[in-house]
Design a protein around this ligand. Structure first.
Ligand code: UT7
Length: 322
């Protein structure tokens, strides 16, 4: 066994849809501004009583069926999220129990929008080390629960959802290269100001909301996403012209267009979901992968580059053959 390989995918989107026109009624914004500045047209939002692990379970069921495996085959669960149900147990442990997966390592990965790429990279290393034979890897987010719905700078951007993949060992490629990074010097540009050991008393108040200097984040995102893409291509000895698909984090259509341009990739080779999902943070890449596979665009054997960028800043990329 030389590689780990994604053998099944699934996604879950909450029922409730908020269009740009709905947001026009909530804050001083317009469909035109949101579409031209971000590419977002609509986003899904969880119900009040719905949690991240609820969405994880639904996305995982679809991925398990797609992979043709049984829950008892799974021997590792990783959930990348910034919005876990609880501080502990972590979301992966909740998912393990709720799906009836036998006791196994259950890891919560917290790297903002890059959380799924961090989780998938970790699964890849466990599988290659022979420590896992079937990993359930999920990126999920209830990001609408931590947004200030009176702040037009942020509330128009985000949406909820979950994307899941099943990863198994394989003699054929498979994940070819991964690259992760982080630099905490940018913390002030994008963060959530409440945590378990700091400012917990602000939870549930107006002060608990995503804080972002959007245009500064934008600049670093464009530069970094170009670099993380070339980094994995270089590691794997693959030319960018060989790529079949780019599946980027879906934060902003303009960031995605700039990244594609840097890679000399036509937009026809980019899977886009930002218009329908908004920025779903950790869920955006696995959901976009699932969309591309299920509508028949992303085919077995094709070369796919996934990448993400988020608060911290954190970043990461995975190059793989489907
Ligand atoms: O997922 C993790 C990483 N996150 C990202 O990658 C997000 C990166 N940043 C962005 O995508 C963009 O910076 C935003 C979409 C957040 C903002 O777009 P922008 O083109 O950078 O706009 P801006 O922040 O420079 O603001 C331009 C103007 C401002 O008005 P003034 O000061 O020029 O009069 C804002 O107040 O747009 C105004 N504005 C809005 N107007 C209508 C900001 N938000 C809105 C809004 N509706 N929702």
């Amino acid at each position: 066994m030389k590689y780990s390989r994604i053998v099944g995918t699934g996604r879950y989107l909450p029922e409730k849809v908020l269009t740009n026109f709905d947001l026009e009624k909530m804050v001083d914004t317009s469909d035109e501004w949101i579409r031209t500045r971000t590419g977002v047209e609509r986003r899904h939002a969880v119900a009040d009583d719905q949690t991240t692990s609820d969405m994880c379970v639904e996305a995982a069921k679809v991925a398990i069926e797609d992979a043709g495996i049984d829950v008892t085959d799974i021997d590792m669960v990783l959930v990348g999220t910034t919005t876990p149900d609880l501080i502990f147990p972590n979301a992966a442990t909740l998912v393990q129990h709720r799906l009836g997966i036998p006791p196994c390592p259950a890891i919560g990965m917290e790297a903002a929008c890059t959380s799924f790429i961090y989780a998938l990279t970790t699964a890849d290393k466990f599988i290659k080390a022979g420590e896992a034979k079937c990993a359930l890897v999920i990126g999920a987010e209830c990001i609408t629960k931590i947004v200030d719905w009176t702040d037009r700078n942020t509330c128009v951007l985000f949406g909820d959802g979950a994307g899941a993949v099943i990863v198994k060992p394989s003699d054929e490629a498979g994940i070819l290269a991964t690259h992760l990074g982080a630099d905490g010097q940018y913390k002030e540009l994008l963060y959530y100001p409440v945590g378990a050991s700091k400012e917990l008393h602000k939870a549930g108040t107006d002060e608990a909301a995503i804080t972002m200097v959007g245009n500064e984040v934008f600049k670093v995102a464009v530069k970094t996403l170009g670099n993380v893409a070339t980094e994995v291509l270089h590691k794997a000895g693959v030319e960018q012209s060989e790529l079949d698909w780019l599946i980027p984090h879906q934060a902003n259509l303009r960031i995605i267009q700039a990244t594609a341009k840097r890679l000399n990739l036509p937009m026809e080779k980019v899977i886009l979901t930002v218009q329908d999902h908004g920025n779903t943070s950790a869920a955006s890449v696995p959901m976009a992968l699932d969309v591309g596979r299920r509508d028949g665009r992303v085919k077995p054997g094709q070369l796919v580059l996934m990448e993400a960028f988020g608060g911290g800043f954190t970043w990461g990329s995975v190059l793989m053959r489907m």
